[in-house]
Unconditional design. Structure first.
Length: 499
């Protein structure tokens, strides 16, 4: 974005149209780039002087300043001084008090005395006195990211972003709605997707519509324009609050707007820290649910929505959608509740307690999980367990009354995979030819054989080798079943002892 004072718009006919730079502006962009590159090693005041001359020659000084503002972001200025400026000033002022400076000669005398104290010469001290002022700082490098053509493109994009900073509402139609919504959610913007006669329209709440405007939201809002212009075809209509006057801004893929290829939108992985924290905590658990980010579009009456997450059950074609209601305006909460009225899917909604919308969500037959600050994974897992109990019962009912595995030793996990159900479902079915030991099914004759092969006093490592021959990996459970425990002897290993 550019600063507001560099905004160039036309208000003709009640509109609010950015005055974009055209291809003819590339030569001016090249001159601005050249001004910076040609002044490396010179003070900022020299750079500014050259830019001022360029402004006088140009038809629009704001265009020059706009180009310069973008190039300056890639320019590095440093304070260059023989003596630290603050130290030089302290020494010079102290000497001036001693001398009583009034005339130029007295000033030179004070500088000479101060220079002697700092072991330098008077000229070096004089040059250092105010070297840290912004105008005296030296341009040491210009690492420009853009060619003149790219600088024009970045200027036009930045100009449009600045114009949208005062938007109350923005409506976008795009040939890539999925990509746009993905960017919108990652940037944490307030939005809804509305059905139209010829497709869908993404409606964004603008920075100027928030009850508490924030610089961060405005900056994130401006960045979404990059995702808009990346589509092959798009149209954007915005309502602008122009110092109390409502104006319309209309842009489309016919305008000279494109992303130069830097500062990607997708560096923001989640809408908020709340979502990021929840996802990390949930994925660290060993559950029978897979967390999916941004599942498919969900029909919600005359609108559509994309929930934040979906929980897909690993052992059946079943999912639970998950929405987090956090930083929203009261109007946006009302719209979201209207959407929930039309949703006929299994949906969990984590709702910030400050919104006071929990009861309204429950009335719509969705499960509300209140939270403050962060969503507790324990609360979400508890809700998923309720679904899981029903799924396990249904899976167990689909299995035979009895299971008779061919193998003498088989884990519940292996048996569950063979039947495409969860381990919990397998546990509910009788296995008359096996005994369950821990998470393993073992034929009794194998346990009898192991009882003969194992003895008290045997090294635990030797016992593990015996168990491994029978295909048993859960050593502790089987040893306990046979009446043994492991007595550990420092770092030297352990031995079997009778329980």
């Amino acid at each position: 974005m550019l600063t507001k004072d560099l905004l160039r718009v036309s208000r003709r006919g009640g509109g609010y149209q950015p005055r974009f730079a055209d291809l003819g502006s590339e030569s001016l962009a090249a001159r601005v780039l050249g001004t910076y590159q040609g002044h490396v090693g010179k003070p900022r005041e020299s750079v500014q002087g050259a830019l001022t001359d360029l402004e006088r020659e140009s038809e629009d000084f704001k265009l020059v300043r706009g180009f310069a503002a973008l190039v300056e972001r890639d320019a590095t200025f440093e304070t260059r001084a023989d003596v630290d400026p603050e130290r030089a000033r302290r020494a010079a002022f102290r000497a001036a008090e001693d001398v009583g400076v009034v005339t130029e000669g007295e000033r030179e005398t004070a500088l000479a005395q101060a220079a002697d104290r700092l072991d330098t010469d008077a000229d070096a001290l004089d040059r250092s006195l105010y070297a840290d002022r912004e105008s005296r700082q030296v341009l040491v490098a210009v690492d420009a990211r853009w060619t003149p053509e790219e600088l024009v493109a970045q200027y036009n994009l930045s100009l449009a972003q600045t114009a949208l900073f005062d938007a109350t509402e923005v409506r976008v139609r795009t040939s890539d709605p999925r990509g746009l919504v993905s960017a919108v959610k990652r940037l944490g913007l307030l939005y809804e997707i509305v059905k139209t006669d010829d497709g869908r329209e993404v409606v964004l709440t603008g920075p100027d519509a928030l009850f508490r405007a924030t610089r961060r939201y405005g900056t994130q809002f401006a960045r979404v324009l990059r995702a808009v212009v990346d589509a092959d075809e798009w149209q954007l209509d915005a309502t602008i609050d122009d110092r109390g006057t409502e104006r319309r801004l209309a842009l489309s893929s016919d305008d000279p707007l494109r992303a130069p290829g830097v500062e990607p939108v997708t560096d923001v992985s989640y809408d908020s820290g709340v979502e990021r924290e929840f996802a990390a905590a949930f994925e660290s658990l060993d559950l029978d649910w897979t967390l999916v980010r941004e599942p498919d579009v969900l029909d919600a009456g005359d609108r559509v929505m994309i929930p934040d997450f979906a929980f897909e059950y690993d052992h059946a074609d079943f999912e639970v959608l998950f929405e987090i209601m956090g930083f929203w305006t009261p109007e946006y909460v009302e719209k979201k509740l209207e959407q929930l009225d039309a949703v006929d899917e299994e949906l969990l909604v984590a709702v910030d307690e400050s919104l006071g919308a929990g009861e309204d969500i429950e009335l719509r037959d969705h499960r509300a999980i209140p939270y403050t600050g962060s969503v507790r994974v324990k609360d979400v897992v508890q809700e998923l367990r309720a679904y899981e109990d029903d799924l396990v019962d249904a899976a167990a009912a689909s299995l035979p009354d009895e299971l008779r595995p061919d193998a003498d030793v088989v884990t519940l996990s292996t048996l569950a995979d063979e039947h495409g159900v969860s381990e919990d479902a397998v546990e509910q079915v009788e296995c008359p030819e096996h005994r369950q030991v821990g998470r393993t099914l073992v034929r009794p004759r194998v346990l009898d054989a192991l009882a003969d092969d194992l003895d008290a006093g045997m090294a635990f490592s030797d016992a593990e080798d015996v168990l491994d021959e029978y295909g048993i990996s859960d050593a502790s459970a089987v040893l306990a079943e046979l009446g043994y425990r492991v007595a550990w002897e420092g770092l030297g290993g352990g031995a079997l002892r009778e329980r």
